[in-house]
Design a protein around this ligand. Structure first.
Ligand SMILES: [Zn+2]
Length: 273
């Protein structure tokens, strides 16, 4: 049974606010809870911010470009002093973003795939709570939802500690899980029937010099089903922790846990083997 939607009207300005994160679940918050409940709760309360200012702004610049010329101008008006040097030139991390933007901007197929409604916020009731998603480019007429991604490298493998194996950047960053959440929330929000999904696509530019790029489909309904089953299984505990009914567990090794660590015992050396 769906409960009434939270009273807060989500906009592009308040989407990432504390209030929005307290009222809604998102894929980022879900990932946080799986990584470390204590860190997830500290972020929700506003006690802890993970991302450093510069990487946050680099991501915003990349997305402001996708949003369109007005948003890009707005972004520059607001953050010019932070992203530009005194002579007006972009600082190094933003020069890199600019080269990623240029590599996509010059590619007619990438630009065609990115066409659609930009930064669309959708909500749906799923597994006991309201979820929010913000889709970079939504194109229902052509049957796709598109996320703009940056990657260190599109081809390099990353080591997944949980799986204990080397995986693609797509598995490492849990993008199939994101595809499952986004396609399902979009389906529920638009009122289409079970399994009637849009195709989730990522347009990716790498941070290499010069940047690499790809357009990647994550269309795999069996995988969405498996990802959603996993989420359904994890949600009762996550919601109980979020509601303050269960004490959040500390993972003991993330940046938040290190930052707030207090020693209260001596550890035997073989623990580190
Ligand atoms: Zn932790």
């Amino acid at each position: 049974m769906a409960t009434a939607a939270p009273a807060l009207k989500l906009t592009n300005d308040n989407y990432h606010s504390l209030e929005a994160n307290q009222l809604f679940m998102s894929r980022g918050q879900y990932n946080d809870f799986l990584a470390c409940e204590a860190m997830a709760m500290a972020k929700i309360s506003g006690e802890y911010k993970e991302e450093e200012r510069e990487s946050l702004l680099a991501g915003r610049l990349f997305h402001a470009w996708n949003h369109g010329p007005d948003k890009l101008a707005e972004f520059f008006a607001k953050y010019r002093s932070e992203i530009c040097k005194k002579d007006g030139e972009l600082k190094a991390p933003f020069v890199k973003v600019q080269s990623m933007i240029d590599c996509l901007r010059m590619d007619p197929f990438a630009m065609w795939v990115l066409q659609g409604q930009k930064e669309v916020i959708l909500t749906a009731f799923m597994f006991g709570c309201w979820w929010k998603v913000q889709i970079d480019s939504l194109n229902r007429e052509q049957g796709r939802l598109v996320e703009l991604k940056s990657a260190k490298s599109i081809r390099a493998r990353e080591y997944d500690r949980e799986l204990r194996e080397w995986v693609s950047f797509i598995e490492y960053w849990k993008y199939p899980r994101q595809a499952a959440i986004y396609t399902e929330v979009e389906r529920l929000a638009s009122g289409r029937g079970l399994g009637e999904y849009l195709e989730p696509i990522m347009v990716v530019a790498s941070k290499e010099d010069p940047p690499d790029k790809e357009i990647i489909s994550l269309k795999e309904p069996d995988r969405y089903a498996a990802e959603l089953r996993e989420i359904e299984k994890n949600m009762p505990r996550i919601l109980a922790v979020k509601a303050g009914k269960i004490e959040p567990a500390r993972c003991g090794c993330c940046a938040y846990c290190r930052l707030t660590k207090k020693l209260d015992q001596i550890v035997f050396y073989r623990e580190f083997e």
